[in-house]
Design a protein around this ligand. Structure first.
Ligand SMILES: Cc1cc2nc3c(=O)[nH]c(=O)nc-3n(C[C@H](O)[C@H](O)[C@H](O)COP(=O)(O)OP(=O)(O)OC[C@H]3O[C@@H](n4cnc5c(N)ncnc54)[C@H](O)[C@@H]3O)c2cc1C
Ligand code: SF4
Ligand code: SF4
Length: 1011
């Protein structure tokens, strides 16, 4: 027997643990309930509260933490990005997060094609380092942006191209680790082991020898077997040898051990040449069965990937205007499924010859004319993107029934794939559900998640159905001689099936391995050895009503309309009930929060926006996922009473800049910016508004008067003591210049010849003429008058009858500033007034054209969640940013201004809300109207200023960190370029950080306008 889990989880013990970690290490020690709650889940269905969380800054910190935990008999759980799907990254342990500080590539040997890395380094950053050398680490997991190499080794991860490159185990060359007694040991090729490792190798060799007949009889021989420990290193049972030369490497024993045997200090990896060329053949099938049956024949052609897209996913992609042209270009007729068959290598000409072979095979299979050839790189990339996005849309099903990951990666030999998938589909139907299939047909691992409502208990509940489906799937796997655990590991949902898969004798051998390497059961207890039942509802994130800790949402009246999330779904058809009928006592707010399935995609650092506060801090606390988890825990009473309006939630929401990056980029559409508005409303209702809140919110109201005092108010930036006073009194950072007041506001300097009255504008439109309303916001109107003027002159010159709102010397505002501090009622009344003014134009089908993305797009977003009726919808349908309007009009042949050729390059920084609403392409369209313009995007997330965020003294530093990640360096690198930025905040941040003036696209057009 392995010793019982070392858990010493009493309050005193955990206090002592925290104290010792604080005094003896330099790492971050997070033992409060909310921090622990943020590490209680991974991308699985489970939730286990850790004893505490430790974020080490160095290897020394980790060694000390292991020592302290051992002294105090506290289990330790190594964690990377926490994207595991089976619960292996959760546990009642000290969770050690490697991803923040332990993420260096220590050595890259180009000649030898090896890299030695720290375990917290994610795959994409490693591959970015390797790309210039023509190399990559080819275990291309879908979570490459966030998955760490330590976690990938822990899970024996597998990529889409595993048929060509193998799994993690085939690509790890060595590992330096700590054992639970604290000894540091090098695991590597068997011939060069030091004494301790050699003893372990001898032990495993003799164990394996004793089990040889069992191994031969019971070990799945498919490539994709990741369950248990790799006892077969001495007698390889994988379809592919673990090492190309067939040498035994002791590091392979640790791969897939889910952190239960050792703590990884460094990993040495085998690199591969980056393929220079790729071609794709898309095979269209009349039935799903035919696609599954064909896989075994297609792999004989030597593809690097064969990936499935089924009809559900095809339909989802066709329904999306952005993806429709791409997916259409891959289809022949109306197929039930397509397989993407990729060939890659050094030379495109050679690869092109593979496509006729593919066509011939399909002809032999009775499907002539079924192959679409894709040789263009951009077209291929676009199709892979569709495949990824389709999966994301699928995961965003609203309601308590969710696609549940528990049998999603059984692997069967290819000759049985069709029969297996047919049989499993029947199993789903028998249990009143269905699943959508996707992923790796080449290796017999098809992902499928049946839709189940795990919150429902009893014999008809989700947990009971999950167990029944798992048992029936397991029987099918056995029948077809496959592997039950083929990609995502064992964890909590497949741990109990290890003994079922390998039999009692081999399982005892696994136990012996654990005892040899970790006799005190310090590392991740309850995984692989002695796991709990998969359907133990007390371990669920959403425990059933009869579980010891049932999941209950607190009652709350939301200020925004979340009814679209307050629905239930039909597990077979996926149809949802009407909005508001889902039984959520928070009106849908809690269900919207619960959409976060912890996949961790918000930890990415790509060209997108999500999530700027994480990009700057690398803290789980300041991550979309961390925020969603904190809200979920608060809304379900797990952080104590009144937690929603308490400090812990405030802290989690504090650095959310409301950029809406997550709204677009989170696979399940978690809209944290909107959630922050909801949160702030409740928080402020309890704690009251500060003077700064009132100053920020009321700007549109007092701006007109204040602008008359421009000279006096602008002294603030010239007189440092005054700036310091505003910092101490109002919390406005003294280092941050404020927008410059001016007396010549837009409304005071309106050129009468440009604008027409309301009736005249409507009549012009009704007569078939060109007409628009220019909605000028508080910021452009008061501080950057020339932008509004430029937009007006350009539109006028292009022949539009133009109206602008300026009732009684005031202008109605979009309510943005009020929303940003949580003053919902004031925001609602502002927006209602604005809608009342704009509605006659919307009803006359006249475009409402705005300049500031955050203001104009409020009409298309928050205004619709404030219960303002059909009028809000009508206005939203006509609200366009200037660039969107001009782009649309130009495409319709209605915008024919002539521009002077560009003299300088254009560098474009997109405002986050432009990106969130897919409006940035329009900026490029419009700039391309200028002859010779080749605008280049700046790969940047949020500028960091974000409304009032970066003006606040408490946020100044992090605001500048956000800007320095991409935006400011890019501007400095291009001293000659015209920097185009449509956001007021973005222009302010660029001016502050680089002393360069960025221009609104309206001014760029005006500068190039030749009359
Ligand atoms: C949407 C989605 C798609 C996915 N696609 C794929 C896919 O294509 N292929 C695939 O294989 N997987 C996939 N996964 C699963 C998961 O992303 C991968 O297994 C990933 O490699 C895990 O990396 P991580 O950093 O999140 O590890 P974690 O989840 O943090 O940890 C994984 C395991 O490794 C252990 N571990 C972590 N660091 C160490 C260390 N320093 N020492 C010892 N043990 C350690 C942990 O204890 C844990 O048991 C997917 C998951 C999701 C949510
Ligand atoms: S917030 Fe979205 S991207 Fe982040 S973990 Fe949750 S579901 Fe994934
Ligand atoms: S709105 Fe922006 S800052 Fe806030 S969680 Fe979403 S991506 Fe992060």
């Amino acid at each position: 027997m392995v010793s019982p889990p070392a858990a010493n989880t009493t309050g005193d013990a955990s206090e002592l643990l925290a104290r010792r970690l604080r005094t003896e290490t330099r790492g971050e020690v997070l033992f409060d309930a909310a921090s622990r709650g943020r590490y209680a889940t991974d991308a699985s269905i489970y939730q286990i509260m850790p004893i505490g969380v430790f974020v080490p800054r160095s290897e020394r910190d980790i060694a000390l933490a292991i020592e302290i935990a051992r002294d105090l008999k506290t289990p330790v759980l190594a964690r990377g990005a926490g994207t595991s799907q089976c619960g292996q990254a959760t546990g009642a342990a000290l969770v050690v997060d490697h991803s923040k500080y332990l993420r260096r590539a220590l050595d890259i040997d180009i000649e030898a094609r090896t890299a030695t890395v720290e375990p917290g380094l994610a795959l994409d950053p490693l591959n970015a380092l390797l790309k210039p050398h023509g190399l990559w680490f080819p275990v291309d997991v879908s979570t490459s942006a966030q998955a760490t190499l330590g976690g990938m080794a822990g899970n024996n991860s597998c990529g889409s191209r595993s048929i060509a490159y193998g799994n993690m185990v085939h690509n790890v060359l060595g590992a330096k680790v700590w054992l639970s007694d604290g000894e540091e040991v090098d695991f590597g090729p068997i011939a060069s082991l030091e004494p301790r490792a050699a003893r372990i190798a001898d032990f495993v060799r003799s164990l394996a020898a004793r089990q040889r007949s069992e191994i031969e009889a019971r070990w799945p021989t498919v490539l994709r077997r990741v369950a248990g420990y790799n006892l077969d290193i001495f007698h390889n049972r994988s379809e592919r040898p673990y090492s190309p030369d067939d040498d035994v490497n002791l590091a392979h024993l640790l791969v897939g051990s889910e952190g239960t045997l050792a703590f990884t200090k460094t990993l040495t990896l085998r690199l591969s040449p980056l393929p220079r060329a790729k071609v794709l053949g898309v095979v269209n099938f009349p039935t799903f069965h035919a696609a599954m049956d064909a896989a075994q024949h297609l792999v004989k052609l030597g593809p690097t990937a064969v990936e499935l897209v089924d009809r559900t996913m095809i339909d989802l992609s066709l329904a999306n205007p952005a993806f429709r042209p791409t997916i259409e270009s891959a289809l022949v007729g109306k197929p039930a499924a397509i397989l993407l068959v990729e060939f890659s290598g050094d030379d495109k000409e050679t690869l092109l010859r593979k496509l006729p072979d593919l066509v011939a095979v399909m002809g032999d299979l009775g499907l002539p004319g079924s192959v679409v050839r894709m040789t263009d790189d951009a077209q291929q990339r676009a199709l892979w993107e569709v495949r990824k996005a389709g999966l994301n849309i699928m995961m965003s099903l609203k309601g308590d029934g969710k696609p549940v990951s528990f049998i999603e990666d059984c692997a069967v030999p290819l000759e049985h794939l069709a029969s297996y998938t047919d049989a499993l589909t029947e199993v789903f139907a028998k249990h009143g559900t269905h699943g959508t299939w996707y992923a790796h047909a080449s290796v017999g691992t098809l992902h499928v998640r049946p839709i189940l409502d795990l919150r429902q208990g009893g014999p008809e509940g989700g947990a009971a159905k999950m167990r029944a489906i798992a048992e029936e799937a397991a029987e099918l796997v056995r029948k077809y001689k496959g592997a039950y655990s083929g990609e995502h590991g064992d964890g909590l949902c497949r741990g109990e099936w290890i003994e079922w898969q390998f039999g009692p004798a081999i399982y005892q051998a696994f136990r012996a391995i654990k005892r040899e390497l970790d006799p005190i059961n310090l590392f991740n207890p309850g995984k692989i050895i002695d796991p709990p039942r998969m359907d133990d509802a007390s371990l669920f994130r959403f425990p059933t009503p009869t579980a010891p800790r049932p999941y209950r949402t607190i009652a709350l009246t939301p200020v925004l309309d979340w009814s679209a999330w307050n629905v239930q779904n039909n597990p077979v058809t996926e149809a949802t009930t009407p909005p508001g009928s889902g039984g959520d006592p928070t009106g849908g707010f809690a269900k919207a929060v619960e959409m976060c399935n912890n996949n961790g995609h918000c930890r990415k650092f790509d060209a997108g926006t999500m999530c700027p506060s994480f990009r700057a801090t690398r803290d789980e606390l300041h991550l979309t996922r961390g925020r969603a988890n904190t809200l979920r825990l608060a809304l379900s009473g797990q952080l104590g009473s009144d937690a929603l309006t308490g400090d812990a939630v405030y802290e989690a929401m504090d650095l959310c800049v409301g950029c809406k990056g997550c709204r677009r980029e989170c696979p399940t559409g978690v809209d944290m910016a909107k959630m922050k508005v909801e949160f702030l409303a409740h928080y402020k209702a309890r704690h009251g508004f500060t003077l700064k809140d009132r100053l920020v919110a009321g700007l549109p109201d007092y701006a007109r008067t204040a602008s008359r005092l421009a000279g006096v108010l602008n002294l603030r930036d010239r007189l440092p003591p005054v700036a310091r006073l505003t910092e101490s009194l109002l919390g406005l950072a003294a280092r941050r210049p404020l927008p410059r007041w001016r007396t010549d506001t837009f409304w005071r300097s309106i050129e009468p010849a440009i604008f027409s009255g309301r009736d005249q504008t409507i009549k012009a439109a009704q007569a078939g003429g060109k007409a628009a309303v220019l909605f000028v916001d508080t910021f452009n109107g008061n501080f950057e008058t020339e932008n509004a003027g430029a937009a007006a002159r350009v539109l006028k010159a292009a022949g539009y009858t133009l109206h602008t709102l300026a009732a009684h010397g005031r202008h109605p505002c979009c309510g943005r500033t009020y929303l940003s501090v949580g003053m919902i009622e004031a925001a609602r009344s502002k927006i209602r007034a604005l809608i009342d003014e704009l509605l006659p134009f919307a009803r006359a089908d006249i475009a409402i054209v705005g300049l500031e993305p955050s203001c104009l797009l409020t009409l298309r977003d928050e205004a619709l969640a404030l219960g303002l009726g059909q009028g809000a919808c009508d206005v939203a349908a006509h609200a366009l940013l200037l660039e969107e309007f001009i782009s649309q009009e130009a495409k319709a042949g209605r915008f024919n201004l002539k521009f002077k050729p560009a003299q300088k390059p254009f560098l474009v920084h997109g405002h986050c809300h432009q990106k969130a609403f897919d409006a940035l392409n329009a900026v490029f369209d419009v700039l391309r109207l200028i002859p010779g313009a080749r605008p280049q995007p700046i790969e940047s997330s949020c500028c960091g200023l974000a409304g009032s965020f970066g003006y606040e003294s408490g946020h100044y530093e992090v605001s500048m960190q956000m800007a320095e990640i991409g935006l400011l360096p890019a501007v400095r690198e291009h001293p000659d370029a015209i920097v185009v930025a449509d956001g007021t905040s973005c222009r302010q941040q660029i001016a502050h950080g680089t002393e360069r003036e960025a221009l609104h696209v309206a001014r760029v057009l005006e500068k190039h306008f030749s009359d």
